[in-house]
Design a protein around this ligand. Structure first.
Ligand code: ASP
Length: 342
């Protein structure tokens, strides 16, 4: 698991190196992508978004479609066994089952999702099949799994030895209490529930035709109650795209995002004239205002891009970063502004 402190330091160094590039002004806490309006661009949550963006960029840079780009990008952490919060290698629920949540959406309100999907690595691609090959938006549990296998997706055990070991360790003292994700609690580096474990990938892209698309995929909260579904597969919560306005995605404690229809809220705020960063900040403040007593202890972050390719993010806690890739800057990692702390 990546050490968050280490990568943010790397981001700061990258900021200095990128000082002359068009997005360099964005490589500061809280800055937005205003200078490069109209760009072909992809943005993704967290440090592993850098690698995801590379896969997306290989499609965007050849004139490919944003929908293909976000799917290709999301598949990168899904296949990474070292990433314990997305896809293969994700930490399981309290009963030892890895269950995946994912969604995908284009600029024209076409969308699909899967929730609580087992035994299939690329949940984002199953979500796309739901969108393209069924009249439905969301399939869950055994039905989602059955659909995926019927569609030819490979059945595989998603519980890697490392994730199984971590789960068995947790069982020793767990008393089956689910663990809330938090930037501010110190469970120790890499420990589920601690600062290294709420790492959904949300990815938004704008292609050369000016079309937006987004995707979101996660194994969700580690040791969650069996059947728990987070924000990521829910259109309007973990992901929302409206081609007339922009797109938004989220990471952090999904329950808080669902309660506030978070990504929909960010897009609607952009529709009312806010910049992506302003919209993300207002949505985060909404979460805090409504649940002041508990929300201050958890992390929720939003990432948004408007129809012109301008981008921005905001988080409750410090520690959230997002990756940006466009023609000028291929591997930028940007430290988000936050409401609490430095
Ligand atoms: N939002 C995801 C969920 O609640 C997890 C995360 O991003 O930490 O399932």
């Amino acid at each position: 698991m990546t050490n968050r402190r280490r990568f943010l330091k790397t981001a700061a160094l990258g900021a200095a190196a990128a000082a002359l590039s068009p997005v360099a002004g964005a490589v500061d806490a809280g800055a937005s992508g205003a200078p490069t309006k109209g760009a072909v661009r992809v943005v993704s949550t967290w440090d592993f978004g850098v690698a995801a963006n590379q896969a997306a960029w290989s499609i965007l840079s050849r004139g490919g479609h944003s929908l293909d780009a976000v799917e290709a990008g999301a598949r990168v952490p899904e296949a990474d066994i070292k990433n314990h919060s997305v896809g293969l290698g994700g930490y399981p629920d309290r009963d030892g089952q890895v269950t995946l949540d994912a969604s995908i959406m284009d600029a024209d309100m076409n969308c699909g999702g899967v929730a609580c999907l087992e035994d299939v690595e690329h949940a984002v691609s199953v979500a796309r099949r739901v969108m393209e090959r069924t009249p439905h938006v969301l399939l869950v549990g055994q039905g989602a799994r059955q659909f995926a296998l019927e569609q030819g997706f490979k059945k595989q055990n998603l519980l890697t030895p490392a994730a199984n070991k971590a789960w068995r360790e947790w069982l020793k003292t767990a008393h089956y209490k689910p663990v809330i994700n938090s930037e501010v609690r110190s469970y120790g580096a890499g420990v589920p529930g601690g600062k290294d474990n709420h790492d959904t990938i949300g990815i938004l892209a704008r292609d050369a035709r000016g079309k937006l698309a987004g995707a979101c995929t996660t194994s969700g909260m580690a040791w969650k109650l069996r059947g728990r579904v987070g924000d990521s597969p829910i259109i309007g919560a973990g992901l929302y795209v409206d081609g007339e306005v922009g797109g938004a995605t989220s990471t952090g404690v999904g329950e808080e995002v669902i309660r506030n229809a978070g990504s929909f809220l960010v897009v609607e705020l952009m529709r009312q004239g806010r910049t992506p960063q302003e919209a993300c900040k207002e949505a985060v403040l909404r979460v805090l205002r409504k649940h002041r007593s508990t929300a201050g202890d958890i992390q929720v972050a939003f990432l948004a891009m408007n129809k012109d390719g301008e981008f921005g993010a905001w988080a409750i806690q410090p520690g959230f970063a997002y990756a940006v890739c466009d023609a000028q800057n291929q591997r930028a990692l940007i430290k988000s502004g936050s409401v609490l702390g430095a």
